[in-house]
Design a protein around this ligand. Structure first.
Ligand SMILES: Cc1cc2nc3c(=O)[nH]c(=O)nc-3n(C[C@H](O)[C@H](O)[C@H](O)COP(=O)(O)OP(=O)(O)OC[C@H]3O[C@@H](n4cnc5c(N)ncnc54)[C@H](O)[C@@H]3O)c2cc1C
Length: 549
């Protein structure tokens, strides 16, 4: 049973705020959307932590775009569809790929310094791309540079306000239309934000796993609030794992970019054996899912907690220059990346599934739009092509920002608070050790819905999550720790359930008990929706772009 709202609120007892556009999330998708609003409109951007804490800020490799004279849009589209398979929506890939050069040019015009050589953009190549087409910045810190520019621009826009450390608890809906959101911050407590149009850009859900590259903010809040408001979510079984995440006790789980393998790094096991030769002829440059699966298999075979990246056979000076960020992080733990092996293992990286949006970025709740990692647009199918996600955030962000701004222009100002039905259950009881449940959930997700899955383990995990949901979702909490856990449980349940239902292996979803692709039977999206009685309904649907202009 999923409650409609996590907490009660009474319109007479909370502050109210009215805006034209509410953008929930200040990563690349959210800020790009906010910057597309008409200058006379009031726009409010909400971020859960400081604005620097987003997946966008930590992106390393870069942004994919056809920029080289010998490259072609058709090839970028074909590479995207090859990676994602038949669950991709070709119309979406076409639109995103063709708009990429314009979005990159705009970032440059706004002041982004992408890496160059002799005045020409340096284009990198990543796994799955048939050409050099990745623009990157500061070597391996593309997200930091791009976010520097869009944050500066957003802060300078007179019509735009940013509220940091403001937690979105729920979307407000009245008669099936989105009217804004209920948020919470330390100074004012609960606040009702009334918006003519609302754009959801809350990013991913990597934090439901013990091992993840995602920062602490990525707890799947946007997916859960959209579900409670009545939106459809789909493709939740597709979590992409990054094969090489730094694994040092006590360190943050930093991603070690695949560009390192592109430059010639070897993957070796605890005995120094270069094991990829046993799994794939493309060795270290096999696709991400293949490398992740090989690493997990080798870890099991050698009974080790990790494998290693080895660059000691490459030019030491070049290695330190090419990967300055990773070199600095490893140096803090006494590892010289040019001479010593770097301990790595896979980690949850990118949430492919999410809130279903149409070709324009509309959610199926009037007044609500979505962009970026929180959504399922159909671009990534069952496996995301490297460096296509920042691009998706840019393209969809710009698009929904403009369309939502046009829609808001049609709605007259109305500064009344609406009366909403918000009865919220509270089972009460002994205080709960929320950190304990959270840790147990993260470990369970890693074991049951990690790189390799099987029916029996998934079914057991669903039972555990359902038992936690019984006493956690029926309570009211007073701060983000409780709400995040409620969201993580909701999102995890959908991920486990979809992974159990999909009895085949496709893209990033590997079922050891169903190791083969079952096309055309499973060429379907698995979707979830909350019905009015609070129950979750599930269904499947053939892929195909929904609506849009
Ligand atoms: C380490 C790392 C490296 C990556 N490298 C690349 C790369 O090289 N190329 C590429 O294309 N992709 C890369 N990705 C993926 C890419 O960064 C993300 O998919 C993309 O940045 C998502 O952008 P977004 O705007 O949708 O979400 P995010 O950038 O994650 O922003 C989410 C925003 O939502 C806010 N938020 C969340 N919940 C709430 C709430 N309850 N209330 C209020 N605000 C909330 C957060 O505070 C944040 O501001 C990488 C990801 C990681 C983690």
């Amino acid at each position: 049973m999923i409650p409609r709202y996590l907490v009660p609120f009474h319109p007479k007892r909370v502050p109210h705020y009215h805006v034209d556009l509410l953008v929930i999330g200040g990563g690349l998708a959210g800020l790009r959307a906010a910057l597309a609003a008409a200058p006379e409109q009031s726009v409010l951007v909400i971020t859960k932590d400081s604005i620097r804490q987003s997946n966008s800020n930590y992106a390393q490799g870069g942004i994919a775009s056809v920029l080289a004279p010998e490259d072609r849009f058709e090839d970028h589209v074909a590479d995207t569809l090859t990676a994602g398979g038949t669950l991709c929506h070709p119309e979406v890939a076409e639109r995103v790929v063709r708009e990429a050069p314009q979005r990159i040019a705009e970032l440059i015009a706004w002041g982004t310094h992408f890496d160059e050589e002799d005045g020409q953009l340096l284009l990198g190549r990543e796994g799955g791309h048939s050409a050099r087409r990745i623009v990157h910045a500061l070597g391996d810190a593309t997200g930091r540079e791009v976010m520097r520019v869009v944050i500066e621009r957003a802060r300078a826009a007179p019509n735009l306000q940013i509220w940091e450390r403001a937690f979105t608890i729920d979307l407000l809906t009245q008669e099936g239309t989105c009217r804004g959101a209920l948020i919470w911050n330390q100074q004012h407590g609960k606040t009702l934000i009334w918006a003519k149009q609302t754009i959801l850009c809350t990013g991913g859900a990597g934090q439901v796993y013990r091992e993840t590259t995602n920062p602490a903010v990525a707890t799947g809040d946007g997916q859960a609030v959209a579900l409670r408001a009545g939106a459809e979510l789909r493709d939740m079984e597709f979590m992409q794992f990054h094969p090489t995440v730094l694994y040092i006790a006590g360190s943050s789980r930093s991603l070690i970019t695949e560009a390192m393998r592109g430059e010639g790094a070897w993957l070796v096991d605890r005995n120094g054996y270069r094991f990829m030769q046993d799994y794939d002829p493309r060795l270290e440059l096999a696709p991400r899912d293949v490398v992740s699966q090989a690493i997990v298999a080798q870890m099991e075979k050698t009974r080790a907690a990790n494998v290693f990246l080895d660059l000691s056979h490459l030019d030491a000076k070049y290695v330190r220059q090419r990967f300055p960020g990773i070199a600095a992080t490893c140096a803090e733990f006494g590892i010289d990346i040019a001479r010593q092996r770097i301990p790595v293992r896979p980690g949850a990286h990118y949430m492919i599934g999410g809130v279903t949006v149409d070709l324009d970025g509309r959610v199926d709740i009037p007044g609500l739009w979505g962009a970026g990692e929180v959504t399922s647009s159909g671009l990534h199918g069952a496996n995301r092509l490297a460096s296509n996600s920042l691009l998706e955030g840019l393209v969809y962000g710009a698009q929904v920002g403009e369309l939502a701004s046009n829609a808001a222009r049609e709605i007259p100002d109305d500064f009344r608070a609406l009366s909403l039905d918000n009865a919220t259950p509270d089972a009460g009881g002994e205080p709960l050790d929320l950190a304990d449940i959270r840790n147990a959930l993260k470990s369970l997700m890693w074991r049951a819905a990690g790189v390799r899955r099987d029916g029996a383990t998934l079914a057991e995990a669903i039972e555990s999550v359902e038992s936690w949901c019984l006493y956690v979702l029926s309570r009211q909490f007073a701060d983000p720790e409780g709400w995040e856990l409620q969201n993580m449980l909701t999102v995890s349940w959908m991920m486990l359930r979809a992974a159990l239902l999909r009895e085949e292996s496709r893209g990033v979803h590997l079922r050891t008990d169903f190791p083969k692709l079952d096309e055309p039977h499973w060429r379907r999206h698995i979707g979830f929706r909350r019905s009015a009685d609070g129950q979750l309904r599930e269904g499947t649907e053939a892929p195909g772009a929904k609506g849009g202009s």
